[in-house]
Design a protein around this ligand. Structure first.
Ligand code: PGA
Length: 251
């Protein structure tokens, strides 16, 4: 039985003080989530990680990215070792904004994923098609490439620390929602593909999140789908009120 997971992606939002206030106010939410067997977490900026970890130890705290080397001459980057040192044990990899604005590729994602897994992280690997790819009916091919290249060399044991976030790029931050049927079709395809890359036992256990303009008003329709185990939420995760409303809809 897969647990449900609600993960907020704060992107480049919230000052440290705001992140702290959110985390402190979220203690009743983590309690409620626990009672209902729901996993709850946020991905703050690097600067917000420490305060969120300290302010609510029950919240899953994920980095938004990490470098694949441990240290060295990579100005502006943060390594997995540094995140681990801080007490962070989850990270997003391959978010579409990293792919489209910062040159992330399936190959660089693969390096990061292998490094993160070797350090004991749980990795939320983000995949999804652009509007053009969607219109040209290439979604499954794109997803197949993202999964097979991104997860190459991941062991059966390590697959238990993989979460997949399916986010159609055209739906992120646009208010354009994919239909629940489309979300289910692709999440089911993702699970089938994961079975070929690992085993059906491993793929049955992997949590697959849906993301892209998820709001309290639509989260339930996605969660009702067989292969959707939770949501990766940007805009609607930025206030505790909205985050709580999302959680309430998932209960
Ligand atoms: P959104 O972002 O909920 O604001 O569309 C989702 C995401 O990028 O993870």
């Amino acid at each position: 039985m897969r647990k449900k997971l609600l993960l907020g992606n704060w992107k480049m939002n919230l000052l440290v003080g705001e992140a702290k206030a959110f985390a402190l106010a979220s203690t009743s939410l983590t309690q409620k989530a626990k009672e209902h067997q729901i996993m709850l977490g946020v991905a703050p900026t690097y600067l917000g990680l420490q305060t969120v970890l300290a302010s609510n130890p029950e919240l899953i705290v994920a980095a938004q990215d990490m470098h694949f080397e441990s240290k060295g001459a990579f100005t502006g980057e943060i390594s997995g070792d540094m995140l681990k040192d801080l007490g962070v044990s989850w990270t997003l990899i391959g978010h579409s904004e990293r792919r489209s604005y910062f040159g992330e590729t399936n190959f660089s994602c693969n390096k990061k994923i292998k490094k993160a897994l070797s350090l004991g992280f749980t990795v939320v690997y983000c995949v999804g098609e652009t509007a053009k790819e969607y219109e040209e009916n290439q979604t499954k091919q794109i997803i197949h490439d993202q999964l097979s290249v991104g997860l190459q060399g991941v062991s059966e044991e390590e697959f238990s620390r993989i979460v997949i976030a399916y986010e159609p790029v055209w739906s992120i931050g646009t208010g354009l929602n994919a239909s629940a049927e489309h979300a289910q079709d692709i999440c089911s395809y993702i699970r089938q593909t994961l079975a070929t890359l690992s085993s059906s036992k491993a793929s049955d256990a992997i949590q697959i999140l849906y993301g892209g303009s998820v709001k309290p008003t639509n989260v339930k329709t996605y969660l009702l789908q067989n292969d959707v185990d939770g949501a990766l939420v940007g805009g609607a995760s930025l206030t505790v009120e909205s985050f709580e409303a999302l959680l309430n809809e998932m209960i």
